[in-house]
Design a protein around this ligand. Sequence first.
Ligand code: CRA
Length: 794
Amino acid sequence: MLQLSTPSLRDSILRHLTYSFGKDPEHAILEDWRMALSYAVRDRIVDAWFKATHQTYETGAKRVYYLSMEFLIGRLLEDGIVNLELVEEAKSALAEFSKDYNDVLADEPDAALGNGGLGRLAACFLESLSTIGCPAHGYGIRYEHGLFRQSFVGGRQVEQPELWLGQRHAWEFERPEVRYRIGFGGHVTNHGETVRWHPAEEVEAEAFDTPVVGWKGRWANTLRLWSGRAIHPFDLAAFNHGDYAAAAAPEALARTISRVLYPDDTTEQGKELRLKQEYFLTGAALRDILRRFNNQFGDLRKLPSKVAIQLNDTHPAIAGPELIRILHDERGIPFDESMDIARNTLSYTNHTLLPEALESWGEALFGRLLPRHIQIIDQIDNEHANRNPSRTQSMRADHQVKMGQLSFVMAHKVNGVSALHTELMKTTVFEELHNLHPDRIVNQTNGVTPRRWLLACNPRLAGLITESIGEVWVDDLEQLEKLEPYIEDAGWLDRYGKVKRDNKVELSNWMGQAHGFHVDPDMIFDVQIKRLHEYKRQHLNILETIAHWLEIRDNPDADWTPRLKLFAGKAAPGYFFAKDIIRLINDAAAVINADPLTNKYLKIAFLPNYNVTLAERLVPAADLSEQISTAGKEASGTGNMKFALNGAPTVGTLDGANVEIRDHVGAENFFLFGMTAEEVMERRMVESHAQKAIAADPRLARALEVIREGRFSPAEPERYHNITGNLEGADYFLVCSDFSDYWRAQREVDAAFKDQQGWARMAAFNTARSGWFSSDRTIRGYMKDIWDAKSLLD
Ligand code: CRA
């Protein structure tokens, strides 16, 4: 390998500024500095990247491939700097040119190639895979427009297109030589044993690589994203006829396939384009995987021993039939053997049990777009039925292709994302398949990377921890338990409390500057940040807020604990109920924040355009983490883990990973309320459950009443009748039934917060006992229980 000496970061920045961007320091704009610093950091990542690639080839190690429609990676510059331990050097290098480190970091666009938890989990996993040194690739789509930008007009969500590629992006390497043709439609021919698919339409998938560096730069893996290209980009004949639009049409059409991320994280759009995107990603990834495998190993029967492919939810589920198509139709391996090879290579993660989110495709659409794959699915289904005669549920039902069933049958392991969710999988959607294959379902509780979600986003806390127990925690997060003895030391606990207080001051200042929102940092910072969804119950939170406001008004001189209710999150553009909840929160905020009788005790803020960067600002400053979903509905959650780690106790239900968080941090450091998943199912059977709950709780009745009479929308009193009507009627998510207990838990929070030392203790125990929620632990679990993959660093 070529050996180059590593220049100082300062020299490297200056070189890139000069020779890569053609600017001298006098004329460089902020973006030039950001790019020059990024390139300087990237150079060092590339060194680690090459080393890792060589080692993987030399050892012939098994490789992991993570197929995901979403990678919510956010900004990458700070991630690289932190993992390479270049923070101080970068700060002083920039200071020499009179540039502020934070300004330069803030210039980077936030790559929002995902909707929420599923995409962010994929990004944490990539970073952990590199930290652990497991040879891996992420495969996804290079959407030109990530998740929409959100702003509020008159309290209402307005969506604008997101343009992360509008500014220069430092991290990707275009690979014009890595292109695959992906077909759609057409017909299938049979010549004796030989079956062939002849697609009617083809586009090219072109690779763009982003290196992902792990802690201390010991290893780097690749995120390979596919971009749509036309095979014949330009129609010269049309151009010569003067039809310029038609001349450019092939390119425009091919590009639409990777143009936009579907902005819905729980329901399927049912769009042809979405199915095309899924096959585009999967088809290109599989070809790439098999090319690499063939170069190195050749014998396809060995595929499962050298390749593990993880399907991140059912979105890449077409990988099963596609792999069989390649092995059987193209390489001549018998069907049942092809099926076994594919299954032993593939595994599948389920991320939700919400019925509306379980993917299924109309068979007419599916058959038209993927005529060979639908035949293969039928053959898989028959083969599975033959091998399991007691089976009753097919993967083809009601003229639909059921992607969950297909994924389960085509995976050797199927995992849930928290202990509760995994158990519910066994008794609900996958009950029959679980009974047929009782060893297939395993649990891997989600985790978050401590590099981004503590070391980088919360430098004050990270500093205190490192000073106390050393740096070991950064890639061995369970070492945080060594903090426990310090918690008994009043001096240390004061410092822990001061870290939080300083983080709150920093956030308050930013909210004042960026949003003109002024808030006293001594209030409880009570935070609910996540996608808007009825099951996540932001409306339970605002109802309690309104009820609390009314109570303060009744008795404004009492000793109230001041509280800031902070919200952030986007609603899917077509999810009108969720958008109404946003508007209600904003309307209520306008009235309540302006109330001179109460506003030193209660304020509400809904920050626009929630994204990874905003989360990195909010999490370190939170006092209280709102995890209040209807039990049984949130598969895991990962925000809940970030808050606990950063010292914000949870007010929450026994849902998803909350259950395990409470087990780890201790029941005394967690504000539990609400029905269990079992009680939820029983309660739904109770006739008029919502009406009964309202009749039993005058505070709830009054909060609903003021919304209904238009206190927050005087110009349009009926504005929220849809919400109040829903809550007083079916109330499927049991907001009313959980209200009283939520109220009680919140008053416990008020009382506990008055004892600042006691609160700091509780917060510190949350930090000290959250080590288990590292995505390093999760990835090691996948490596051992699912992929049979080894670290090349251990
Ligand atoms: N919406 C779940 O709802 C979970 C993440 C990651 C979700 C979360 O509870 O933490 O996945 N499910 O496992 C999902 O996207 C398609 O299903 C999510 O992010």
